[in-house]
Design a binder for this molecule. Sequence first.
Ligand code: PPS
Length: 572
Amino acid sequence: THPMQSNLAPIPELYVSYESAQKLKVEAADLVSWDLTPRQICDLELLMNGGFNPLKGFLSQADYDGVVENMRLTDGTLWPMPINLDVSEDFASKLEAGQDIALRDQEGVILATMTVTDNWVPNKAREAEKVFGADDDAHPAVNYLHNTAGKVYLGGPVTGIQQPVHYDFRGRRDTPNELRAYFRKLGWNKVVAFQTRNPLHRAHQELTFRAAREAQANLLIHPVVGMTKPGDVDHFTRVRCYEAVLDKYPAATTTMSLLNLAMRMAGPREAVWHGLIRKNHGCTHFIVGRDHAGPGKNSAGEDFYGPYDAQELFRAYEEEIGLKMVDFKHMVYVQERAQYEPNDEIEDRDNVTILNISGTELRRRLAEGLEIPEWFSFPEVVAELRKTKPPRAEQGFTVFFTGFSGSGKSTIANALMVKLMEMGGRPVTLLDGDIVRKNLSSELGFSKEHRDLNIRRIGYVASEITKNGGIAICAPIAPYATTRRAVREDVEQFGAFVEVHVATSIEECERRDRKGLYKLAREGKIKEFTGISDPYDVPQNAELVVETENVDVDNCAHQVLLKLESMGLIKA
Ligand code: PPS
């Protein structure tokens, strides 16, 4: 095959001229409007700027069927991914065939109008099987399809009014035509693109550099900053890492641009889709690695796709995509020669030491603040990752006490707070039941609905404290297990959640009756009193259960400290 050269002429966009856009924007204010979801905003941006060329809008039903069945639009063009406007049944039922609607971002700004030519209920199970390979919710896109996407799809041409606004890394974002113009200006007629959703370490730098050298091409680092796999390193951190790595390439060979794509993690189909998108961005070559855009394990614990399925499918469609694949070699570090080499090309294999650090091992080392060697990653990259994810003993967390009124929650929580403040290092906030009810929840009573609201508010504040690296100590009764679980989920996005059941029996609490409330509850003067006339779900999976009968407060607080230490949240 002879070397590919790019045609860097502009590609069609869906935007109207500036003047027409101003006019259309005013007219569109009267249209029925749809508030776009974050994923739809990503899709719309790439539709409008030509990233999804040749699509002219959201897929019609016939095009959708073709794409799902055999990766082709009705005119035969290769297109592997359904791009539809999913909406609620309620919204769809109000539309007439051929009606224009306005598409707004989450602040209400009109980005585009769309003529709704098609309106149908898709067979999502079939879409899952055909596009993602299995109707299994363990696949992030299948999960999205069933649990987040609307029931009805709309299709039809889009008229672009303005680009979605981004406030971050503005100088690093380029439309396909902006990149084409840039390549034209620099005379880059061969460009190899590297798609990524992870921080780049030395192996990636080495691999991309080799790919460019082999193809005798320039290199475009083209990371996805739209939506990636849940749990990935956030794009702010990643872009700072990429900027550090850019300095490591020979001058004037390499550039970086951010792609506001919403990934689907569809492996082989996704690789073909990524290729078409890069072709639109003026590239000539594309790196496809092992397990490209892999979604992880299915619900039976097996991989959804084989490790080289993506390379195979890409190879089968290479001509049509119009982009040459550079297959990703698994690079490992050879200690004796102090360099990276492709794993399948290592000479004298038996007499050298091959080093590698897996993703899991890297996460462990970051969490525990352990060394990450220079042969594995650049110190600047490691420093950025450590800033975002300090070791556990420096991260925020929440201690959530639950138990009957008078069980001793507040007293233990207070003792714990003082001990943590003595240790120092992180700010501590106590969200005691009584304090919260005075401040955050002063208008609430003790119905189930009000108790839930109260606990959700505590959970929200605790999750914010945890996110920002502080320690939140909560001490409400929190009688309902489902509500406690919801709070756990809120907090665990940002740090550890340590549930402590203060297991003082109701008999003992009533015997103590420190506030005289049990007496009033028995007399019926206080209604819905927890443990007397209102339920309490005993925690089934608390991190710690403390008994308070015949144990002093200091000892109870100490038990919590030991638990925190064993979880790595505080240092001995
Ligand atoms: S909840 O269920 O988690 O929202 O309750 P919480 O916010 O922790 O508030 C419990 C405190 O309010 C007093 N109190 C009652 N508790 C339970 N049931 C009823 N009906 C009730 N009415 C007033 C009681 O003093 C609780 O304080 P603590 O600190 O738990 O003893």
